[in-house]
Write a protein that binds this ligand. Structure first.
Ligand SMILES: Cc1cc2nc3c(=O)[nH]c(=O)nc-3n(C[C@H](O)[C@H](O)[C@H](O)COP(=O)(O)OP(=O)(O)OC[C@H]3O[C@@H](n4cnc5c(N)ncnc54)[C@H](O)[C@@H]3O)c2cc1C
Length: 90
């Protein structure tokens, strides 16, 4: 034969997410708000392939950066979330 192409599949490795009881999509990816990479569970963020969507390194890195900035905001300014929630509610 001239070549072998291995199909690795697309089953998300979500055991940690299941252990944390994070909300998953029907396909098994971690649900996130794509503008902040926050999961519905406070203080837990997700980025990269495990969130589904485009599986590319540059996407994973960009989402990781967004998640880090969200964590920084949440740790440093937890009142911002409260203010945003109040603004949304009004
Ligand atoms: C064969 C192949 C070729 C690709 N080619 C390209 C390409 O040319 N260009 C491109 O942009 N993208 C390419 N990709 C996609 C790219 O590799 C991924 O999109 C990117 O690596 C996703 O990064 P990630 O950090 O989300 O996940 P990963 O890189 O998969 O990192 C997840 C890490 O978590 C670790 N992990 C998993 N479970 C646990 C656990 N329970 N405890 C501790 N650690 C755990 C894993 O070991 C792994 O190191 C390719 C992927 C494959 C498989």
């Amino acid at each position: 034969m001239d070549g072998v192409f291995v199909a690795i599949g697309y089953v998300p490795n979500n055991e940690i997410a299941k252990g944390l009881q994070l909300e998953l999509t029907p396909d098994g990816y971690i649900k996130v708000d794509l503008t902040s990479m926050r999961t519905p569970m406070p203080g837990v963020y997700a980025a990269g392939d495990i969130t589904g969507g485009l599986k590319q390194i540059v996407v994973a890195v960009g989402q990781g950066s967004i998640a880090a900035m969200s964590a920084f905001e949440d740790i440093g300014n937890p009142h911002l979330d409260k203010q945003q929630a109040e603004r949304k509610a009004s």
